[in-house]
Design a protein around this ligand. Sequence first.
Ligand code: SF4
Length: 142
Amino acid sequence: MESYRERIAKAKESLKTTDFPSQVVVESTAFCDFKCPACPSPILERARGFIEPQLFRKIIDEIAQENPGTELWFAFMGEALLWKGLFSIIRYAKDKGLRKTYLNTNGNILTPRLHQSIHESGLELRDRDDPSQGRCDPRLLA
Ligand code: SF4
């Protein structure tokens, strides 16, 4: 079995420099409706808020211009579904030609209606247990 040092060394070897990030993670909000024990979010000391849509659009515009294949994530430290601007910004990203948009959510407030809004925004919700699936769980629409 590989040691952590060996695994880290292997990971370092696989690193490559790119002109533009291959992944951009945006914190739509730092608010969260959960207090998971392994997460630093509940004890966050910095200010919490919601991102300004104008700033998010600027980020998306830059990704679209530099590399539309860059992965864009809509959540970092917080629950993105709590941000009312989420669906229009996902739609904006899709309309700008971003090909890889991802949302991770705790799903606590996910209703069939919200799920439908995610669908209509152009985002695909992945099943955490089956990342290759790449589509919404039809049970959520029932
Ligand atoms: S749902 Fe996510 S952001 Fe919220 S406390 Fe749990 S791990 Fe942290």
